[in-house]
Design a binder for this molecule. Sequence first.
Ligand code: AMP
Length: 279
Amino acid sequence: MELVETPDAMVAWAERHRHDRVGLVPTMGYLHRGHVSLMELLRPRVDRLVVSIFVNPLQFGANEDLAVYPRDPERDAEKCRLVGVDCIFQPQEMYPEAFQTTVSVGDLTRGLCGARRPGHFEGVCTVVTRLFGLTRCDEACFGEKDYQQLMVIRRMVEDLALPVTIVPGPLVRDADGLALSSRNAFLSVEERRRGLSLHRALLAMADAAAAGEVEVPALLDRARGRLDVDRPDYLEVVDAQTMQPLEVVDRPARALVAAFLGRTRLIDNLAVGPELSWT
Ligand code: AMP
């Protein structure tokens, strides 16, 4: 396994492997089974598997947790080695000094995390586009954990005709239902216990929808009653493809929640109503 630590060295690596099918899993490190599941999904599909580890300042707001985001490069490298990753791209600096280009996607980024974290998706789209350029990847895997991000990246790739196949990876949870996240490391025992209420609130909506409830306000009421958090950020049911809010679940829909436990912001989501096919 190679460790590549600068954008120039990444370009040189990509040039050496230009005849291989290259897969990329972009991450911010502090890897867990959710990240590993994406690597395992891509591994058999490509000749060379690259994992990028970069805590991207562009996608953090001024009052967010950039400075304290958890890091453990040695443990991350061990996890990557076990999955058979060929290359870890872990640069200190990602952008050229004169950098002045950003990529922004429209309506899909206006609600939910886009509304709560101004500039976030522009930061994500910009770094992902640069990672695609540096690694020359043919495929890239993104988790359904960040459902809005996945939809935004798919839109961007189609709109800009980027030659990359986007592979969605299922959301991986702990045995008790908590969505795995690097930020779970910040939670106290008590916060973690109450953090389970995000999944429970989503399940309550999915169960009620499966039992025939289609009115979104009624579904949201059920979910709100189950949330046990310090500060809800959003709780919504949206069209699974357009991400527009729904009043009635009459098509594939997604319930999404974000909430603070102490200073830690957690997100989670679940399919509601008819399943969406990823074709
Ligand atoms: P992050 O390091 O949080 O930026 O995440 C990197 C990638 O891993 C993104 O595509 C995430 O959606 C994905 N990911 C994070 N947590 C999970 C999880 N619990 N299950 C599946 N994918 C995940």
